[in-house]
Design a protein around this ligand. Structure first.
Ligand code: SAM
Length: 258
């Protein structure tokens, strides 16, 4: 089975390289169906099925103009984007304030909001076109979410965003030692950064000792069942406030990770 983080398409997106190939199949693509959605997420109700179908249609429509994803087959989108994103739903407290950092086309934040409408959602991405897509998507799905066009390093210094969330989520954004610096400044003491990872989760965590100590966090791995590959959410719980100097200025965490 393919681990989504090992999928060459996802890697390409993570590295920010344009996928290049316009979605020439868009006009004759197979539709998303209720059966496909229920086989990936058996607990969906009728309204959620409608929202995921609309999400799929918007994703494919915009993907023909801007680079959002290389995964376009309906069964793959249902499993590797939608169901994969909702794996973390049970880890979020009721009514949690959640920020999805480097959300791209809305993963995992938007699927989480569809299955957990009680959460308060903020979506952050550094690419303006993707944020435009998210504004249009959330409007058409009728879901409340604040969409912010910014780098995480800058957003985390804004009053109202710093140490203001019960949880930060992230998937396919950066290695874990970088991600800790990009996500934990948003999280309140007692909250957690939920980092969606694949088979490399424990290996990545092994080199995070300094980052965890510096940023006042304790981490644990939550292994999850997924037909599409090994999935682990690394949960970094915040035990003390983020020192004022973090996150360092844009690009520094990536160049010299903690
Ligand atoms: N999380 C989505 C997913 O799982 O499909 C998108 C993954 S995509 C590979 C990485 C995204 O992170 C891109 O949309 C990119 O613009 C965004 N990103 C990378 N570094 C960022 C930063 N420092 N602040 C905000 N967004 C960032």
């Amino acid at each position: 089975m393919t681990d989504i983080t090992e999928n060459p398409h996802v890697k390409e997106e993570r590295n920010g390289t344009p996928a290049g190939v316009p979605d020439t199949e868009a006009s004759c693509r197979a539709p998303m169906t209720e059966e496909l959605l229920l086989s990936a997420m058996p607990e969906l109700d009728a309204e959620q099925i409608w929202k995921f179908t609309e999400y799929y249609n918007k994703l494919l429509d915009w993907n023909s103009r801007i680079n959002l994803t290389r995964i376009t087959e309906p069964s793959e989108v249902a499993a590797k984007h939608f169901a994969d994103s909702v794996l973390g739903a049970k880890l979020l407290p009721q009514g949690a304030r959640v920020i999805d950092v480097g959300t791209g086309a809305g993963f995992p934040g938007v699927p989480l909001k569809i299955v957990r409408p009680d959460i308060e959602l903020v979506l952050v991405d550094s690419l303006g076109k993707r944020v435009k897509f998210l504004e249009e998507l959330t409007r058409s799905l009728g879901i409340e979410a604040v969409c912010i066009h910014a780098r995480a390093e800058d957003a985390a210094r804004q009053p109202g965003l710093r140490e203001a969330f019960d949880a930060a989520t992230s998937r396919a954004v950066a290695p874990m030692n970088v991600l800790l610096e990009l996500t934990t400044p948003f999280v309140k003491v007692g909250g957690a950064s939920l980092m969606y990872k694949g088979a490399s989760a424990r290996e990545e965590l092994e080199v995070c000792g300094k980052a965890l100590r510096t940023l006042g966090c304790r981490a644990e791995c939550v292994d999850l069942e997924a037909e599409w590959g090994a999935r682990t959410i690394v949960l970094a719980r915040k035990v003390s406030p983020t020192p004022a100097k973090f996150p360092r200025k844009a690009g520094t965490a990536q160049k010299t990770p903690l």
